[in-house]
Design a protein around this ligand. Structure first.
Ligand code: SF4
Length: 970
């Protein structure tokens, strides 16, 4: 029987079962999930849910009473719903399951959601504020009070503000897990000081989308797609893993075709109809050959292209003598991509040309139900990787599959960020340490270059926060981070806000314990599917006790030890920075009813839910609840059901105002324009705001690009120094065969394991049991060539040195490429630290610029007294920390770190141990200088005297005058 028939039969059986059960009058779960899983406790019973529990050694069971309290998972960006089972006897959380009221996750989780229990019961978690004793990095600590920690921080930050040294305060975040709160805090302080991890993650993926549509991310309607084209292992470990995976599988069950472009045979490829395993970096060539096929066979959506592409602008810029007709453009379009034949792309990708043709024909049959996705993957791996999502989106733009059912929409149309009561404004100055002049087109902060900038003397940090961020381990060149974090002249005070110990916290002055998913408040929304929702993260023990009638004023009252939550921490710190309100700061966090104290969390969220979430007050009222009580009870609210083609919205009447149309049809107005959640496009020289674009004689909303249309041609790239990349194209990667020596091969170091969390996985024992090693994937042909057998130790030599890994010989990777997951190789200095989990105890030796990390621990199981489950730890491997050997590779346009490496592989030498790393740090500066040499700084290319194009997205976008390049820099 064909697999599709098996699936059909299974679906028929499920349908028959459902019909049969409904006939018997049984009811199914009718919450937001709508997936009829009878296993969900009905919400009417969430105050007292009774489950049977075995009584040890008796063979009998007893009733356990639980209060079910929703919260939001914090273990990846998907923000799925969790339902905490709070034991009504002890008020302890016994387990986490899915929240059926959550519109995106619909009651389901991946392994990482329930593993939140490991994190909150981790015997080695940080329970109290700690201050270093002795030298930074020495590993000696003393417990201090929160007051002592807050006063130190407030004194320093206040001084930096008063002395106009705001640039010396920086907040560096890995997993933000919320929308807008922390930005508002730093805006309240007048700071342009938020640094993120995005340029080691999704910046190139964002960049490619932004040039097309002004929005930097797609929102996929996988559930309704006919053809799903995924770059890399998105199905199993993508950015919105669980919400995306369940919808992709639903589409597959309906008969949708799935194409996976992935160098490895991942779990995603096993669900694919077509698995394309290309030479890494060739993905854009593949997508362009598919585009050429659509153009050549005229299977693209001519009407959509004619109406929504900025083809007239392209023709005017590049072919001003051609006729001003769509047909003339079509001829140029065909000519532009004529060279991307299947043969050319197949040769670049080293794949079978017949497979490429089949894939192209599958895409051609998708119509407007083509759903494509590239989050990090190839975009994050390669020089010019930002052209991968740009060429991928070209396929959607050709098919007209933009904000269609089964297509993809701009993320902002499916994400909802409500206003909060802090009422802050964007900063009025520019932080060059975060957005330096060499990268005028970077979408996000140049965070991974910070140690190099500090070493160059571009600035120093007085107060540096890291928050759920572990750059020593996560970023390339971790020893550069160790050097600057150890140097008090470069970093005056480092406060690590973290639930768990990590490599970076070891080099902090203050380690401040923050809560996990069930121990904190946050509000978050993600574009997981065609619908809009908000999800509430809350401290579940606190919420449970409030349900029982207690009054709780501070989350520390219900968290373990003195673990706090960041919202209350930031409010308290803000108050201490401006205790009398003279700086105009504390007013932003003051209670609306009692301005002499900070807002409580109830006040903050009640304001949002009462005032900023359409439909929530009515839904709450229907259940006899306040909006806050509704969110505390259900955890999620669906704000809207799917986006429409908003670009087609007509603009008329008052909204249009006194309109002025430019030569390419962009319509500007003197009327006020509400851009909602989306980016703010640039005003014209007269200060009129873009309100729409003329299409077929009607003014329509369009896109927030300079032209108002989808930008096939980017006048921005042309004007800002990169005219050769004004169109979607193919840039040969730094690991293209042309750029490697004969004995080098590409290392793909970016893939995720679906059961691991970036920097907090080592504190989840269930997850570590599932995945605890990162062997180097190697094809048997390469094994034979290099005389490496399965399980052999090998040295992998990258930019800065080598790491010792274990070879895994497998047909699951194409020949000529090796790959190693980025999840493993966690290390620590503390003997016996992390008892139930596995991180390697290490010795770090330094001689000048030579650094060697050597595992020293015996990884045998520990005694039971070291932790409840310590003796059950049967695995000994912990993997290798490969990122230490990587230099920084900033893409000159997107700013993304290009992760792939050209490496040499040799057999391990006598005395080598798995996990060992050797680095020559001096090479790090050489690699930094080499890549900086590729940039075209704003001072030399800016066409308007600004630091960067003002229409482009920028977090905490400063006011217009801050964009001006300093006098004399041009
Ligand atoms: S996909 Fe998994 S880790 Fe991510 S939010 Fe959902 S349950 Fe948590």
């Amino acid at each position: 029987m064909k697999p599709s028939h098996i699936i059909k039969t299974l679906n028929e059986r499920i349908a028959a079962f459902r019909a049969d059960t409904e006939d018997r009058g049984e009811t199914f779960y009718q919450g937001a999930s709508r997936i009829n899983l009878a296993a969900f406790p009905p919400k009417e019973h969430w105050d007292d849910w009774i489950a049977l529990e075995p009584i040890k050694g008796t063979g009998k069971r007893r009733e356990k009473h639980y209060m079910l309290v929703p919260t939001t998972c914090f273990n990846c960006q998907s923000s799925c719903g969790l339902l905490a089972y709070v034991d009504r006897e002890t008020m302890e959380v016994r387990k986490f399951e899915g929240n059926p009221e959550h519109a995106a996750s619909r009651g389901r989780n991946c392994a990482k959601g329930p593993a939140t229990l490991n994190q909150i019961t981790d015997p080695d978690r940080i329970l109290y504020p700690m201050q270093r004793v002795g030298e930074r990095g020495e590993g000696r600590w003393k417990r201090i009070s929160w007051d002592e920690a807050l006063d130190q921080l407030a004194t320093r930050i206040r001084a930096a503000i008063v002395e106009d040294r705001k640039e010396e305060v920086m907040y560096h975040v890995g997993r933000e897990g919320e929308d807008g709160f922390t930005e508002s805090i730093f805006q309240a302080w007048g700071m342009d000081s938020i640094n993120t991890h995005t340029n080691i993650c999704s910046a190139a993926g964002r960049s490619g989308h932004q040039y097309w549509m002004g929005y930097d991310r797609p929102s996929n309607d996988f559930a309704n797609a006919e053809v799903i084209l995924l770059t890399s292992a998105h199905l199993e470990s993508g950015h919105y893993f669980n919400p995306h995976a369940q919808r992709i599988i639903e589409a597959k069950q309906r008969g949708a075709r799935i194409i996976v472009v992935d160098v490895r045979m991942s779990n995603s490829t096993t669900h694919a109809d077509h698995w394309v395993s290309p030479y890494p970096g060739s993905e854009a060539a593949i997508f362009l050959s598919i585009a050429r096929h659509l153009i050549e066979t005229q299977t693209y959506n001519r009407d959509f292209v004619a109406r929504w592409w900025n083809w007239r602008e392209f023709m005017a810029a590049q072919y001003p003598d051609d006729a001003d007709t769509f047909e003339a453009f079509e001829a140029r379009l065909a000519e532009t991509y004529a060279g991307y034949t299947f043969e050319y792309a197949a040769a670049e990708a080293r794949i079978d040309v017949r497979q490429l043709r089949m894939v192209a024909e599958t895409v051609a049959g998708a119509g407007t139900k083509l759903c494509t996705q590239n989050w990090r993957s190839a975009a994050a791996g390669n020089l010019g990787g930002w052209q991968v999502p740009r060429t991928l989106f070209l396929l959607n733009a050709l098919m007209g599959a933009v904000a269609t059912e089964g297509g993809l929409a701009p993320n902002a149309w499916n994400k909802f960020v409500p206003k909060n009561p802090m009422d802050t404004e964007h900063p009025d100055w520019w932080n060059d340490l975060i957005f330096p002049g060499e990268f005028p087109l970077s979408v996000n902060e140049m965070s991974f270059l910070l140690p190099h900038f500090l070493k160059q003397g571009r600035g120093k940090l007085d107060t540096y926060f890291t928050r759920v961020y572990n750059p020593v381990w996560t970023n390339p060149g971790g020893f550069d981070w160790v050097e600057v974090l150890s140097d008090e002249s470069k970093v005056g005070l480092h406060a690590a806000l973290t639930p768990t110990w990590n490599e970076t916290a070891h080099f902090a002055d203050l380690v401040l314990p923050m809560g996990h998913a069930s121990e904190r408040h946050d509000l978050v929304s993600m574009e997981t599917h065609d619908g809009r929702w908000i999800s509430f993260r809350q401290p579940v023990a606190r919420a449970a006790r409030v349900r029982l009638g207690e009054t709780i004023n501070d989350t520390r009252e219900t968290n373990p030890g003195e673990v706090w939550e960041e919202n209350e921490f930031w409010f308290d710190l803000t108050w201490r920075i401006d205790p009398d309100g003279a700086l105009g700061i504390r007013q932003h966090v003051a209670s609306k009813t009692d301005p002499d104290r900070p807002m409580t969390q109830d006040e903050y969220y009640a304001w949002i839910f009462d005032n900023s979430v359409p439909g929530l007050p009515e839904a709450a009222q229907a259940e006899g609840l306040s909006p806050l009580a509704y969110m505390r009870r259900y955890g999620n609210f669906q704000v809207g059901l799917g986006s429409a083609m908003h670009y087609e919205d007509e603009i008329t009447g008052e909204a249009l105002g006194e309109a002025h149309t430019d030569e390419h049809g962009r319509v500007f107005t003197t009327a006020a324009v509400d851009y909602g959640d989306g980016p703010t496009p640039e005003a014209d020289p007269e200060g009129r705001l873009p309100v729409g674009v003329g299409v077929d004689g009607t003014v329509r909303r369009g896109f927030p690009t300079p032209s108002g249309r989808l930008e096939f041609y980017s006048a921005t790239l042309a004007a800002w120094g990169w005219p050769e990349y004004a169109l979607p194209g193919y840039i040969k990667s730094h690991i293209h065969a042309d750029n490697l020596a004969a004995d080098q091969i590409p290392l793909v170091p970016t893939f995720r394991l679906p059961t691991q969390i970036h920097t907090r996985g080592a504190n989840s024992k269930w997850l570590d049991e599932l995945a605890h090693n990162n062997p180097v994937w190697m094809n048997p042909a390469d094994g034979q060539r290099l005389a490496v057998a399965d399980g052999d130790l090998i040295r992998v030599h990258a930019d800065l040195g080598y790491f010792v890994g274990q070879a895994w010989i497998t047909h699951g990777i194409r020949p000529g490429v090796i790959a190693c997951s980025h999840h493993m190789g966690r290390w620590q200095f503390t003997p016996g630290g992390n008892r139930e989990q596995r991180t390697m105890e290490t010795d770090i030796a330094r001689a000048g610029d030579d650094w060697t990390l050597t595992p020293v621990a015996d990884h045998s199981p520990m005694a039971p007294q070291d932790g409840k489950d310590a003796a059950r730890v049967w695995w000994t491997a912990v993997g290798v920390h490969q990122n230490l050997t990587f230099g920084v590779h900033p893409d000159p346009i997107s700013g993304q770190h290009c992760w792939h490496q050209g490496v040499r592989v040799t057999k391990a030498e006598s005395g080598d141990q798995p996990g060992q790393v050797h680095v020559d740090r001096s090479k790090s500066t050489d690699v930094f200088n080499e890549w900086m040499g590729r940039t075209r700084p704003a001072a030399t290319v800016s066409p308007d005297g600004n630091r960067r194009p003002r229409w482009m997205l920028r977090p905490m976008k400063p006011r217009a005058d801050a964009y001006k390049l300093p006098e004399g820099s041009a």
